[in-house]
Design a protein around this ligand. Structure first.
Ligand code: PMT
Length: 362
């Protein structure tokens, strides 16, 4: 029996994993965009950060109807990208399709619908007047929206933000590998900020059903003419037996190799900085798991967070003293912030985390 990917050495696991899947269709286009983006910013001697954001899916079928998802709205990634831009970085934003994006995130939450920020201007007496019935931003939001709009325009007009979407975990891995290699000319001007929620398990393509997995038996004498969908209504004497109780679905998943190893040791440019995140739900495990990740992958910083408190507190785990530092948003300031800890501490803290000096903990 051939060894499972989880038992292989990192380099061997890499080729086994990437041989399972064809590269995503969009990869050549994304690579061309990223190459041009990197060249432009190498020329300008500007720092470039690859921010990953949102959750990856694990399809259960090749023609996918069902999939397993990883939790993430993309708030952390989208918010952090804005702070990186403010600090003078150019940002490659590798994100789950339709998750939150830098700047537009302020107005696209279901609780922050952009329509609630708009109004119809007071009607003029002249219906021919172009201002008659004009749509405007409500006066109380003018300052905030102008500020966001200006920053968004600045990033766009100066080619500082490259948006690249992914959906599945294999797409994410292909994109991450290519982008890291394309960023090599940046050397120590490259930073990796891995906030995406990446699946730990997957179904190898070789074991994946091609078509939608059926929940009831298909009769052996089934033919196209008699085909009935599960929602069809059966009537008359010759009606087929209606399906009995649904079949159980047992899913057998393999571990996705931890590609942080390959990123740090192979793909990323020499001298670049790698920041990873660690998400847990059990508070007693968070620091232990984050410290273990830092030791195992020998990168620069692990930012640990708990699902329930991720907006208000994170822990920085660094190789140098103080090794563990908590950053907490004071209770009184929590409700004012859409995205929590990023809005309170900003990105200068990432740099400080690398240097061993750090943000104030509460
Ligand atoms: O988007 P929000 O709603 O704001 O939520 C933000 C967040 C909670 C998703 C984010 O802050 C966060 O913690 N992201 C990392 C989630 C995650 O994948 O954690 P993990 O413990 O499964 O993985 C740890 C690290 O290993 C990650 O940096 C990941 O890039 C890496 N990894 C994971 C799986 C895998 N197969 N290979 C990897 O290299």
């Amino acid at each position: 029996m051939s060894p499972s990917i989880g038992d292989m050495e990192p380099a061997e696991a890499e080729s086994a994993y990437f041989n399972e899947y064809p590269p995503p269709k969009a990869l050549p286009k994304h690579e061309a965009l990223a190459r041009a983006f990197v060249e432009r910013h190498v020329e300008a001697n500007r720092r470039v950060v690859l921010v990953t954001s949102g959750g990856t899916t694990v399809p259960l079928e090749a023609q996918t109807v069902r999939f397993i998802d990883n939790f993430s709205a993309g708030t952390r990634g989208a918010t952090s990208a804005e702070y990186f831009l403010e600090q003078g970085y150019a940002v490659i934003f590798l994100h789950r399709q339709y998750s939150l994006l830098p700047y537009s995130r302020h107005y696209s939450h279901s609780t922050n619908c952009f329509l609630d920020f708009m109004d119809e201007a007071a009607p003029t007496s002249d219906s021919e007047n172009p201002d008659h019935g004009r749509i405007v931003v409500r006066s109380e939001y003018q300052d905030q929206m102008r500020d966001v709009l200006r920053k968004y325009r600045y990033a766009k007009q100066n080619n500082l933000l490259l948006l690249l979407p992914f959906t599945t975990v294999s797409e994410y891995m292909f994109e991450l590998r290519s982008l890291a290699k394309l960023m090599r000319p940046l050397g120590s001007n490259a930073l990796f900020y891995l906030a995406a929620a990446v699946s730990d398990f997957f179904i190898p393509r070789s074991r994946m059903a091609e078509h939608k997995i059926q929940s009831s038996e298909i009769p052996a004498n089934f033919s196209d003419d008699e085909a009935v969908g599960s929602n069809d209504i059966y009537t008359g004497e010759n009606a087929p037996e209606p399906p009995k109780a649904g079949k159980k679905l047992v899913i057998n998943l393999d571990p996705v190799p931890k590609f942080l190893h390959r990123l740090v040791d192979g793909w990323a440019p020499e001298g670049s900085m790698v920041v990873s995140f660690k998400l847990e739900t059990d508070p007693s495990l968070l620091v232990y798991k984050a410290k273990t990740a830092l030791q195992r992958y020998s990168h620069h910083l692990v930012i640990g967070n708990l699902l329930s408190t991720r907006k208000w507190e994170v822990v920085f785990i660094t190789p140098d003293p103080p090794h563990e530092r908590w950053i907490r948003v004071p209770k009184a300031r929590r409700s004012k912030s859409i995205s929590g800890v990023e809005d309170q501490v900003g990105l200068a803290e990432i740099k400080k985390g690398r240097d061993g000096s750090g943000p104030e903990s509460e």
